[in-house]
Design a protein around this ligand. Structure first.
Ligand SMILES: [Zn+2]
Ligand SMILES: [Zn+2]
Ligand SMILES: [Zn+2]
Length: 94
């Protein structure tokens, strides 16, 4: 099973990803769209977890989740080519 590069958790085992934000081209920081949020069109009410990365409702999709909406282009991660390698900022809140 794939390991998330941000929280280093096994996607199927941890509840959701660590807190992180994305840096846009102009330096704006945006929050990821959470599982089950109104902006999360690929999430079905019948499920309690993301069908791809297994994050729970209200948690953040893991990086690389196929169904997360890309914050750079507004498309679907699985089909866009945005480079996230230096755009992910992990927030330590513990
Ligand atoms: Zn993660
Ligand atoms: Zn997901
Ligand atoms: Zn994109």
């Amino acid at each position: 099973m794939a390991k998330c590069s941000v929280c280093e958790g096994e996607m199927r085992k941890v509840k959701g990803c660590s807190n992180h934000i994305y840096l846009l081209n102009d330096g704006t920081r945006v929050n990821p769209i959470k599982v089950g949020a109104p902006e999360d069109p690929y999430f079905s009410d019948e499920r309690e977890r993301c069908g791809d990365c297994n994050a729970a409702i209200g948690e953040t999709h893991h990086i690389g989740c196929d169904v997360e909406i890309c914050r750079l282009c507004g498309g679907q991660f699985a089909y866009c080519d945005c480079d996230y390698s230096d755009r992910i900022v992990v927030i330590q809140n513990k």
